[in-house]
Every structure is written in structure tokens, then in C-alpha cells.
Design a protein around this ligand. Structure first.
Ligand SMILES: [Zn+2]
Length: 114
């Protein structure tokens, strides 16, 4: 599988002039911002969330058309059920019609956005 290089930008100054700076122990990639005006020298970024990738979105639709359930898709593609449902809603009503049971995932009162 090819690794797709996504443009990483500094969350502080939005500069894309960044350089890899190793990986932290909790699985986050660290980057160094090369912008001399940036108040931060380094920052970390979570490993790319696969739900953001176009290929995954395409697979969500295809799997739905093949009769896979939301939870199956989420498990296979390593995304959350919320992501699957979100994509289905954005896509054609054909996908929604084929989808058996689209039920909302219970949301926790507190917690991060993931
Ligand atoms: Zn910066």
C-alpha cells in the first residue's frame, strides 16, 4: 500500500513549512515548525484519521450497496459508526435506501471529538 503524503500544517501559524520530528510514545507524530515567526517550535498531530480519506468514503458507499451494515463497515474500515452514517447522509439516497438500519450512536455527555 502506498503512503499518501498529506500536507501537514502547523496548528499555530498554519504554515506548511514543517518537518518531521519523530514520534511520541503515545503514537502521535511530532513535527517541527520551520516558520521563524511561529511561537511554537514543535507540535504533534494525531495519525491521520482514515475517515477523512476519499477512498474510505468511497468504500463506505460501496459496502453499503453490497448490503453491509453500518457497524460492519465501521469495523472493517476502522472508522466510527458516526463517520459511516455521516457519509451515507452526504451521499446519494440510493445508499440510504439500501442501508438497513441506520441508528445514531449514543453520544457520551463528555468526551473529546476524537
Ligand atoms: Zn508554526
Amino acid at each position: 500500500m502506498m503512503t499518501v503524503w498529506l500536507a501537514i500544517h502547523c496548528p499555530h501559524c498554519q504554515s506548511t513549512d514543517v518537518k518531521k520530528h519523530g514520534t511520541s510514545s503515545n503514537g502521535k507524530r511530532r513535527y517541527r515548525c520551520l516558520n521563524p515567526d511561529c511561537p511554537y517550535e514543535t507540535f504533534s498531530q494525531s495519525i491521520d484519521y482514515p475517515g477523512r480519506r476519499r477512498e474510505v468514503k468511497q468504500q463506505i458507499v460501496e459496502m453499503t450497496l453490497n448490503g453491509s451494515g453500518v457497524r460492519d463497515i465501521a469495523r472493517v474500515l476502522h472508522v466510527s459508526t458516526a463517520t459511516v452514517i455521516q457519509e451515507l447522509k452526504k451521499n446519494s439516497p440510493i445508499a440510504m435506501r439500501q442501508s438497513v438500519a441506520v441508528e445514531p450512536t449514543p453520544t457520551r455527555p463528555s468526551g473529546g471529538s476524537g
